[in-house]
Design a protein. Structure first.
Lengths: 113, 111
């Protein structure tokens, strides 16, 4: 078991560009979560999947954000028309069905110039 | 809105000292997790506490869940420079399956 992996680890983009991040969860975990963390804050929930179904989305997830988990394995998070306020660490976590013990990946740090 | 307040926000101590930090909320959680995070990395799970009054030990770290399941404490004995990092607590309710995090406690242990 290699844990949760995320790619890329770092992304620098210009305002207005689209970016896509990938998360590979722990293989037997049904649930996959996306969080966002800004400097000086704890992670904030964005959305989660149970298998391939997206079950909840935070109000933080504007219509420029879309997440998918097409085969119930890896997930992608896309941000369209990036803004400077999107600069943050994007964290992925996975868990078994109970959901309470979530294991995090190393994160993707996004900088929008 | 569920809020978790962690205190103190920053702590700088000498190697060998003991410390206790806190995680408080007005909400009841079905479980509470403590994570440690290093700069540029994701949070690493330290412990999950589930039962009110529960105490768990992880080497020199002792975690306690409050009787009412609204608060928790982390005590470190004989702190070492390797304990340096951001300590995050997160509450889980089960109803919405998300973790609600505090802002974290930045601990620095000087050699």
């Amino acid at each position: 078991d290699t844990g949760v992996s995320q790619n890329p680890r770092h992304k620098i983009t210009k305002r207005g560009q689209n970016v896509t991040f990938r998360c590979d969860p722990i293989s037997e975990h049904n649930r996959l979560y996306w969080y966002r963390q800004t400097l000086g804050q704890g992670p904030e929930f964005l959305t989660y999947f149970q298998n391939e179904a997206q079950l909840e989305k935070s109000r933080l997830l504007s219509d420029r954000f879309s997440a998918e988990r097409p085969k119930g394995s890896f997930s992608t998070l896309e941000i369209q028309r990036t803004e400077q306020g999107d600069s943050a660490m994007y964290l992925c976590a996975s868990s078994l069905l109970s959901g309470e013990t979530q294991y995090f990946g190393p994160g993707t740090r996004l900088l929008v110039l | 809105t569920q809020l978790l307040e962690q205190s103190p926000q920053f702590l700088s101590i000498q190697e060998g000292e003991n410390l206790t930090v806190y995680c408080n909320s007005s909400s009841v959680f079905s479980s509470l997790q403590w994570y440690r995070q290093e700069p540029g990395e994701g949070p690493v799970l330290l412990v999950t506490v589930v039962t009110g009054g529960e105490v768990k030990k992880l080497k020199r770290l002792t975690f306690q869940f409050g009787d009412a399941r609204k608060d928790s404490s982390l005590h470190i004995t004989a702190a070492q420079p390797g304990d340096t990092g951001l300590y995050l607590c997160a509450g889980f309710t089960g109803a919405n399956s998300k973790l609600t995090f505090g802002k974290g406690i930045t601990l620095s242990v000087r050699p």
